[in-house]
Design a protein around this ligand. Structure first.
Ligand code: ADP
Length: 382
């Protein structure tokens, strides 16, 4: 119905439709009016407004909230004596129409479409335990706190950690064949860990992991993201190559420690970036000096690793590579990760959070480039 048609009926019906544009579906994060969820709006002679809302599935866990939000929005329209909201589940056909609308008629990876402006960063490291996942989660939360629309794909399939770091326990909901990513701290997150029973490991070979990442990129409703971060597994294995193939616009962000041996990381990541023609966005040196109670700083892992990695990488990829930040060792960073609240949210002014926020801002301020326009490529490993 157009608003002119509403005007023919009762001006309050049009006003209700207008008010309902402010009701956001809690899972899809779009106005219910845009999603075709407002089935019928009437106002009778006594001024009783009746609004029928379609929810995606029978037993939708968000039903109560949608009903409440709809009732509240409707009640803002003047001249109504009562508001009645009822919900029913979409038919299979209506659900398909919704999925089509969300996909905008496409089944490809939205980030590779011409005109897509999402910045994509694949966070990698030469080895495990350097804080790559902690850095990914905090960068994402810092960007979201700055008002950006942020998504995270946990591409560390065997060692998934994003649900824990964001405190997400729920599973993605499905609308037809499209998955709605759970959100926490303003970040939409997708991880294989959301599908694995507690305590169970994922034992998959390369092709299956490739398919999972492809599905995370194409069968998840991400909406219009400003930034997509991928937490890669450590090293330069199959998944790193899959990500380069599936999301050729992804730039690599390398996390390392100040430890001397970490410099060897650079050669490996550098040779991957060279063969996949990926740009390196920069280096983050994590676990830098630990501030002691007497005000001195203890360089637990030495110094200079970040600079060495950046210099070696720059030589390999033939473009300048900067150290974007040095994140101090800070017990609260680990505690936040364990409790599902990134430090940039729980203690945004702490030294580590401040350093992470600076890195986040340098990434979102960097020129976007035309990465998303690159054609997918195939990489042969020797
Ligand atoms: P990776 O993803 O590289 O394997 P994680 O992000 O899981 O590493 O971090 C490894 C461990 O180190 C975690 O317990 C994490 O909380 C902790 N950690 C990471 N960075 C810091 C830091 N700057 N200060 C203190 N602890 C940290």
């Amino acid at each position: 119905m157009t608003s002119t048609e509403h005007a023919d009926v009762d001006p309050r019906v049009a006003q209700i439709h207008e008010a309902l544009t402010g009701v956001i579906d809690p899972e899809i994060h779009r106005p219910i009016t845009e999603l075709g969820m407002v089935d019928e709006v009437t106002v009778d002679a006594e001024g009783v407004a009746r609004v029928e809302v379609l929810v995606t599935i029978e037993g939708c866990p968000m039903r109560d909230r949608i009903e409440r939000d709809t009732a509240e929005a409707t009640a803002t329209v003047p001249g109504l004596t009562r508001v009645e909201v009822s919900t029913s589940a979409m038919t299979e056909e209506q659900r398909r129409a919704l999925t089509e609308r969300l996909r905008q008629g496409r089944r490809q990876i939205p980030f590779n479409q011409p005109g897509n402006l999402t910045r994509i960063y694949a966070v990698s490291s030469g080895k495990g335990g350097v804080g790559k996942s902690t850095v990914t989660a905090n960068l994402a939360a810092a960007m979201a706190a700055d008002g950006l629309r942020v998504g995270v794909i946990d591409a560390d399939i065997h060692g998934f950690s994003m649900p824990g770091m964001f405190g997400i326990t729920e599973q993605p909901t499905k609308v037809s064949d499209l998955l709605m990513p759970p959100q926490a701290h303003g970040v939409a997150v997708m991880s294989i860990g959301m599908f694995v029973p507690e305590g169970q490991a994922v034992v998959w070979r390369g092709p299956k992991m490739h398919r999972a990442i492809e599905q995370f990129a194409s069968d998840v409703f991400w909406g219009d993201l400003d930034v997509l971060l991928l937490d890669l597994p450590p090293g330069t294995g199959d998944v790193a190559i899959s990500v380069a193939q599936l999301l050729p616009g992804a730039k690599m962000l390398v996390v390392t420690t100040p430890q001397h041996s970490a410099a060897s990381v650079a050669e490996r990541v550098g040779s991957l970036a060279t063969s996949t023609e990926q740009e390196v966005a920069g280096v983050v040196e994590n676990m830098a000096g630990l501030a002691l109670p007497d005000g001195s700083v203890m360089e637990v892992f030495g110094t200079g690793g970040g600079d060495r990695v950046a210099a070696t990488l720059a030589g390999a990829v033939k473009h300048p590579v900067q150290v974007l930040g040095r994140i101090p060792l800070e017990p609260a960073l680990r505690e936040g990760a364990d409790q599902g609240v990134p430090l940039v949210v729980s203690d945004p002014d702490s030294p580590a959070a401040t350093a992470l926020r600076e890195v986040a801002r340098s990434l979102t301020r960097a020129p976007r480039g035309l990465g998303g326009m690159k054609l997918p490529l195939s990489v042969t490993r020797s």
